[in-house]
Design a protein around this ligand. Structure first.
Ligand code: SF4
Ligand code: SF4
Length: 190
């Protein structure tokens, strides 16, 4: 038999086995659940543990050194498809930017997670806590004091100011993690 025919035959057999396995697993799952009794989760007495990356209540986290992570760059506000984040930027004496006030209207938020994706400092994070609905829609507007937490959330180690290369009173140019000393561009001239 020609080698090419053998390879073709083996490939067809592999596909057939994969199809048979998929059919078996499908029927097995159906049969396994067909005769079992109904199971009701008694919420709110029983709360199903949700994965850490579930998207619900939003928090503003802190750096490992305890300082606020948010640098009020407005990226989360810009990317939010329903326009429910607003803030005002300010600068501390140390040179760090922060949000003077920060507001999220959870009455509009669709928990898409885009703000978390856009955030350069890992400040804004969605959590699995979803029991934040209120009868009064105006109480769904959360201020910075309601959002700010004193822990790092999901991102335990990241510290934006340790890497950013931004000159503050705590670190100058070339003094951040993995940052090289600035180059004098005049030394590059021919
Ligand atoms: S989760 Fe989506 S809708 Fe909610 S604040 Fe973030 S970007 Fe806006
Ligand atoms: S939460 Fe993040 S993206 Fe939003 S303003 Fe603060 S640093 Fe920027």
């Amino acid at each position: 038999m020609q080698p090419i025919i053998v390879i073709g035959f083996l490939n067809n057999m592999k596909v057939l086995i994969e199809i048979a396995y998929a059919l078996y697993m499908g029927f097995y799952t159906t049969l396994k659940n067909l005769f079992r009794g109904p199971f009701t989760e008694e919420y709110p007495e029983y709360k199903r543990p949700l994965p850490a990356r579930s998207r619900a209540q939003i928090i503003l986290t802190s750096d490992p050194d305890g300082q606020e992570r948010c640098v009020a760059c407005y990226l989360c506000s810009a990317v939010c498809p329903v326009d429910c984040i607003s803030m005002q930027a300010a600068e501390a004496d140390s040179g760090r930017r922060y949000a003077k006030w920060f507001r999220i209207n959870f009455g509009r938020c669709i928990f898409c997670g885009l703000c978390e994706e856009a955030c350069p400092t890992s400040a804004i994070q969605l959590t699995p806590f979803f029991e934040n609905s209120k009868r009064d829609i105006l109480k769904m507007v959360y201020e910075k004091a309601d959002l700010q937490v004193d822990h790092c959330g999901k991102d335990k180690n990241y510290n934006f100011y340790a890497y950013a290369g931004i000159v503050t009173k705590s670190a100058g140019k070339g003094e951040h993690v993995k940052e090289e000393k600035p180059v004098d561009v005049r030394t590059n001239m021919p």
